[in-house]
Ligand binder design. Structure first.
Ligand SMILES: Cc1cc2nc3c(=O)[nH]c(=O)nc-3n(C[C@H](O)[C@H](O)[C@H](O)COP(=O)(O)O)c2cc1C
Length: 232
């Protein structure tokens, strides 16, 4: 393979990867973070480009859904839509406890990127082989690899956004995972939410937001605890 990249390129990629860290940014639903039109436009263009570039993630199986081989789908809510979800949240979900973090995060972010994966085999974890001619173990493997590929997509995206000096937080999504929310956002089945990525734009210097790091950020064990060089 010919040399395309310099050692500095490798250093840059490593630096971006190490710099990526979760920050949950929470604001106030009644006084959401304001983003001016020029800032919004500039960052939306960068984010859209990143969403497209992240598509270089590897994928093992052709998902064959709507003639699209990739097993991921992406839905973007810009900050005005995020704030609409935040202000309607307790009306749409009257069974949710007060203090739920989603409305405050939606009030503070520049965008929320919803990444879904597309399971191919219904109930692939059950014993029933369903209508597929494939054995259950193969069905499970294919679905696991669709999910793994979509995860690679999410990490690609977060690294690109980190390199653009944007803050990111991979959330499981809470109510975004529900069919009710997906219907409201016109997210058709068989999407299954994998990540609600909350994005903070670099210019956001709102002082009245709270920034909380990921709870496992400091919990990593050293590589010698999980790395094994196989000697034969
Ligand atoms: C699949 C996945 C789902 C996650 N969902 C949540 C979540 O719902 N709530 C949360 O606080 N953090 C969530 N996180 C972020 C982790 O808390 C965070 O990555 C971890 O604490 C390590 O911190 P770091 O990202 O700064 O390295 C999720 C991460 C992954 C990979």
């Amino acid at each position: 393979m010919s040399e395309i990249f310099t050692p500095e390129d490798l250093q840059t990629v490593t630096r971006v990867m190490r710099k990526r860290r979760t920050f949950k940014v929470m604001g106030d639903v009644d006084t959401p973070v304001q983003i001016d039109a020029a800032t919004a436009e500039k960052n939306r263009a960068i984010l859209l480009e990143s969403v497209k570039s992240a598509d270089s993630a590897p994928f093992h199986y052709d998902r064959q859904c709507e003639n699209v081989p990739q097993p991921w789908r992406v839905d973007i809510l810009w900050h005005d839509s995020c704030q609409k979800v935040a202000s309607n949240f307790y009306r749409w979900f009257d069974d949710v406890k007060p203090g739920n973090k989603l409305p405050s995060m939606l009030s503070a972010c520049g965008a929320c990127v919803l990444v879904s994966w597309l399971p191919q085999f219904p109930n692939s974890a059950s014993q029933d082989e369903g209508e597929s001619i494939l054995p259950k173990t193969k069905q499970i493997q294919i679905d696991q690899e669709h999910l793994a590929a979509a995860s690679a997509y999410v990490q690609n995206l977060m690294l690109l956004l980190t390199a653009a000096n944007m803050g990111t937080y991979w959330s499981s999504g809470g109510q975004f995972r529900t069919r009710e929310m997906m219907d409201r956002l016109s997210m058709a089945a068989p999407r299954q939410l994998l990540a609600a990525v909350f994005v903070e734009f670099p210019e956001s210097n709102a002082s009245d937001v709270q920034r909380v790091p990921g709870k496992l950020a400091q919990a990593r064990a050293n590589p010698d605890r999980w790395l094994n060089i196989v000697q034969l």
